[in-house]
Write a protein that binds this ligand. Structure first.
Ligand SMILES: Nc1ncnc2c1ncn2[C@@H]1O[C@H](COP(=O)(O)OP(=O)(O)OP(=O)(O)O)[C@@H](O)[C@H]1O
Length: 277
């Protein structure tokens, strides 16, 4: 990946030298049905998408269109009923076993009795990886939590807890980062700030990222590509490319070009836009 002139990026790139960490994603004709007492629920039908190594893709769509199911399949937590998923040529289960998949969801789910540092370090312990205090400290700087290393979750704001969750997701040095509405419960201004931080983290870590969000502007601001899903059954309604150079600044949110891309995504969401998938 190119260098971005952002503080910390050069050092991280050097640390990662000699180690190709990113993977591409290939989802091919994935379908997923659930058998319930009320009958069969077709959560996903023939979903295909690709994400290049180091790319950032967001998935948006109406409630129930299968976004979380798709993310859970990428995370190896669900199996597709049909179709295939390859993460750098391997199955999600293999990547998860190798601790190469980091996940952060809307509820940060931190351990209340552990400090911020110990919460982040816990993910390495759980993965059976060697302790790495320097990495934990560096990630806490990266997510803007310097000075809070010894705080407990109850002493943190919601936004700070989400930052801990993102640091925790990154502490195994994953090749793939999966985010399910990571900032969904936060107010708009805080969310914008965290979006900028997430962009910085993603650029620094060079990690292929898939984010589910209900916010069209968040998706457009952060992504190379926005996958717009439709429901009944869940399918890809359109794939919208986002052409803006990086790093993207908050001012972009007020630019006409930005507004036009958001309008295209919203048109598809309303069922007026391009079909396909
Ligand atoms: N384990 C399950 N058993 C039965 N049905 C399920 C299961 N998981 C998901 N579904 C169904 O699959 C469909 C897609 O659900 P999913 O949670 O993936 O949608 P979503 O787009 O993430 O929704 P939201 O935006 O509301 O979070 C829904 O109809 C849901 O009820």
């Amino acid at each position: 990946m190119v260098q971005h002139g952002i503080p910390g990026v050069q050092e991280l790139a050097t640390a990662a030298e000699g180690r190709r960490r990113t993977v591409d994603i290939a989802v091919t004709d994935v379908s997923r049905t659930f058998q319930t007492s009320g009958g069969t629920v077709e959560a996903l039908r023939n979903v295909s998408l690709t994400v290049p190594a180091g790319g950032f893709v967001s998935v948006v769509g109406p409630s129930g269109c299968g976004k979380s199911t798709l993310l859970r399949i990428l995370a190896g937590l669900e199996q597709p009923t049909a179709g295939s998923v390859a993460l750098g040529g391997r199955s999600p289960a293999e990547r998860v076993r190798a601790h190469e998949v980091g996940m952060a969801f809307q509820d940060a789910a931190l351990l209340p009795w552990r400090t911020v540092t110990r919460n982040v370090a816990f993910a390495r312990e759980m993965a059976g990886l060697a302790r790495d205090d320097a990495l934990v400290a560096r990630l806490l700087v990266l997510v803007g939590l310097s000075g809070f290393e010894r705080a407990r979750p109850a002493q943190l704001s919601g936004g700070m807890r989400q930052r801990v969750a993102i640091a925790r997701a990154l502490v195994t040095r994953p090749r793939l980062l999966l985010l399910d509405e990571p900032f969904g419960a936060l107010d708009e201004l805080l969310r914008e700030n965290l979006n900028m931080e997430l962009q910085r983290i993603w650029m620094a870590e060079e990690v292929t990222t898939v984010m589910v969000t209900h916010s069209v502007s968040e998706a457009v601001l952060l992504s190379d590509t926005v996958v717009v899903m439709g429901s009944r059954p869940g399918h890809v309604a359109a794939v919208v490319d986002v052409p803006f150079p990086r790093p993207r600044k908050p001012e972009l949110l007020h630019a006409d070009d930005f507004f036009h891309v958001c309008t295209r995504v919203k048109a598809v969401l309303r069922g007026e836009g391009e079909g396909g998938g």
